[in-house]
Design a protein around this ligand. Structure first.
Ligand SMILES: [Zn+2]
Length: 717
């Protein structure tokens, strides 16, 4: 007979997140958690982050890391030497001295230590050592400011070396390095720098050099609290107040009803000028109008976490509400089925051909990873997984050698021509083409953080000395639990393609701790087996809680049933989801390399080899359980456990898609290209003009496996 401790009464579920956090806090006091939670007066986090390296990738996730090493992440200094080579200001040079060097490091550092790769570590350490040694007696660190403005050089961001923004990125780099090294120089540098900020910010506020630092001040604030937790230095709380005051008032803006609304972009408020600190009430009111669609897409992805970062210091439930409302408004006014939003520079509405910048994808993932720790909101976990397993894999080529600046939900042709993005002539019309420098190079440097940070945040510690799995995938966790005992949990799964996740526990001595497993919002009937036997379990805040004395060799099997689900989008179009994956029309791809000597470099164009203008039949849509048939690629592996285990083929491509859906559709001849993109969606009442045409069998594959796709489908009778 298996004993489980009783759960908190279900009244907890009805209380606000704030009260839930308080409840967790009182649990906290009963037992010692082996990892550092927030220090008073900061409110305790719902989940505590584990140091980098606690979670190691396995299976296809390990393969993904190895592809990164062989591709852009491992070689960016060789492939893009003009910017992240020896002339970079973060190596003491006179070249690029702004965000791009730190961006690369922000993904290179976690990759190097996840792979335990000495070559990659050596590349990272050159930058880290230079940075640690760059601090002056004032506390300033980073590229040496120029006495006189330097001559501009095409492709380099040389000036603005005192800008607060790129230092926020390097602080994140140093934080990750500290987690694997406990190198005390990191804490010393940060303390000295934060004293420098406390001295300088009154005269030269966050937006003194650029507006980016002001929009992204939440990242700075997060690091101040991180050092406070480790040192308890009171001046850090004073600095935190100052930084929050100088940061764009995201929370107030998100809480305004009219955010994101607005009929047209022709009233576009300049998204990269104005709105300077200090923010008076009139400005906030002006911002809280339709002009707010002029949020810059990456600023939104980063700024959304600012209210929750602040909430730790000022536990007002309004901050929680502001983030909840921001995410729901973002989906309502700009959302797309893969969990992202139209934002080809400013936010740009819901049309499935509006662009999504790769920086927005990785920054929103990072924001969600940080917000999950603070609030424990299970909706954020579902959202993180949706972006990671749909939007992220497709925007970089399979060999990790090139990427798109923008991706689209309905993406049927990737050629260099005029599209319907903000500033129609910017970036030489290369935004959709795969390349190293197509579109704009920020993403080339910033994309690397996506996968490694996802791996780090698949598991968290709990305040009660337990462990919580919040994103599923093949990995191995090694962590300490209540009483300081170390346990290893190997996660053995074909997820996100399959429905079963196995957890094998290894421990030298028996250990009592709560093990929390996320039950996704889309899952209707989860089942859990312990050592082969089905068990009853309760859920708390979206997590199944299993508390017992765990023994070496214990195995848990979690079964998350995945039903086909449909949702309605622009012009009543339908998108198809099953479990964490969005399914899209399979379109075979013809890739062609274009040699090009202008500043966008060589690039790839991709053209469809199959018709893309396909609608789903009303018959299939009206009864999804019968209208869509699930097919696993290797039927001998069993219908419930697709073969994407260790050593299997890279799953995120059209050839190896581990699972597909077969359904019926019809070609819509009058749905045609417009400006090199899928033209405007016909309205699905459904469409009746094809009623006499026989439907065809069509195949849908996971969004992340596609390069060309239809995600929002018209419906035909
Ligand atoms: Zn970018």
């Amino acid at each position: 007979m298996i004993q489980f401790t009783p759960l908190q009464p279900c009244r907890l579920l009805q209380l606000s997140l704030l009260l839930l956090l308080t409840a967790c806090h009182s649990e906290d006091e009963k037992r010692e958690a082996p990892y550092l939670n927030n220090r008073v007066p900061l409110a305790p986090k719902a989940y505590i982050e584990l140091p980098l390296g606690s979670v190691k990738p396995e299976g296809w996730l390990l393969q993904q890391m190895e592809l990164m090493k062989e591709g852009m992440t491992g070689h960016l200094d060789e492939w893009y030497p003009s910017v992240v080579g020896s002339r970079n200001g973060w190596l003491g040079g006179d070249g690029d001295g702004w965000e791009r060097g730190p961006y690369w490091l922000d993904g290179l550092v976690p990759l190097a230590w996840l792979l335990e790769d000495e070559q990659l570590k050596a590349k990272a350490m050159e930058w880290i050592e230079w940075t640690l040694n760059s601090q002056t007696s004032s506390g300033y660190f980073g590229p040496v400011p120029f006495e006189e403005e330097p001559e501009p050089e095409p492709g380099l961001q040389k000036s603005r070396r005192r800008d607060w923004w790129p230092k926020m990125v390097m602080l994140k780099v140093l934080q990750q390095y500290y987690e694997v090294s406990e190198d005390k120089r990191v804490i010393d540098l940060m303390l000295n720098y934060f004293r420098y900020q406390l001295n300088q910010l009154p005269e030269t506020p966050l937006d003194h050099w650029t507006f980016w630092a002001n929009r992204r001040g939440g990242d700075n604030l997060m690091m101040v609290y991180w050092v406070y937790n480790r040192t308890g230095e009171p001046f850090l709380l004073e600095l935190a107040d100052l930084i929050y005051e100088q940061t764009f008032p995201w929370s107030q803006v998100f809480l305004n009803q009219d955010c994101y609304k607005g009929p047209l972009l022709d009233h576009l408020y300049p998204y990269n000028t104005g709105n300077r600190y200090p923010f008076d009430q009139e400005l906030i009111e002006r911002l809280c109008t339709k002009q707010l669609q002029s949020f810059h897409c990456v600023n939104f992805a980063q700024g959304i976490k600012a209210p929750l970062i602040r909430y730790q210091h000022d536990p007002d439930p309004e901050y929680l509400e502001s983030v909840r409302r921001a995410l729901s408004d973002m989906m309502e006014y700009h959302g797309q089925p893969q969990g992202m939003y139209g934002g080809d520079e400013p936010l740009h509405g819901k049309d499935p051909t509006q662009g999504i910048e790769l920086c927005s994808v990785v920054e929103l993932m990072y924001s969600l990873e940080k917000m999950i720790a603070i609030s424990g909101d299970p909706a954020l976990m579902d959202h993180l997984e949706k972006i990671a397993y749909n939007a992220l894999p497709t925007q970089v080529s399979d060999d990790f050698s090139s990427r798109q600046y923008f991706q689209q939900a309905n993406q049927v042709l990737l050629t260099r021509e005029r599209h319907n993005f903000y500033e129609e002539d910017h970036h030489g019309h290369t935004d959709l083409c795969y390349g190293l420098l197509t579109g704009y190079p920020c993403c080339t440097c910033n994309l690397h953080q996506g996968w490694p940070k996802l791996v780090k945040h698949m598991w968290y510690a709990t305040a009660e000395g337990g462990l919580a799995a919040v994103v599923y995938g093949p990995c191995t966790l090694r962590a300490r639990v209540a009483g300081g005992k170390e346990v290893t949990i190997r996660e053995d799964t074909g997820y996100p393609f399959g429905e079963r996740i196995g957890f094998d526990i290894t421990t030298e001595e028996e250990a009592r701790f709560p093990l929390m497993l996320r039950i996704p919002g889309w899952c209707g009937e989860p089942e859990i087996r312990l050592n082969g036997n089905p068990i009853q379990f309760g859920t708390r805040n979206g997590m199944a809680v299993l508390e017992r004395i765990w023994k070496d060799g214990d195995r848990i099997e979690l079964h998350l049933d995945m039903e086909v689900r449909l949702s309605r989008w622009v012009e009543n179009a339908v998108s198809v989801e099953r479990g964490p994956l969005v399914y899209v029309l399979k379109i075979r791809e013809a890739w062609e390399k274009v040699e090009n000597s202008d500043r966008w470099g060589d690039y790839w164009e991709v053209r469809p080899m199959d018709p893309w203008n396909i609608g789903l039949t009303e018959e299939a849509v009206s009864d999804p359980s019968r209208g869509f048939r699930v097919v696993y690629k290797e039927s001998d592996a069993g219908a419930e456990q697709p073969s994407v285990q260790q050593g299997a083929l890279y799953p995120w491509c059209i050839q190896h898609a581990p699972v597909s859906l077969v359904t019926t559709g019809k070609q819509i001849p009058d749905w045609t290209l417009y400006r090199g993109m899928a033209g405007p969606l016909p309205h699905s009442l459904p469409l009746k003009h094809l009623a006499g045409v026989e439907p065809d069998e069509i195949t849908l594959i996971p969004y992340g496996c596609s390069t060309l796709r239809i995600t929002e489908f018209p419906v035909v009778r």
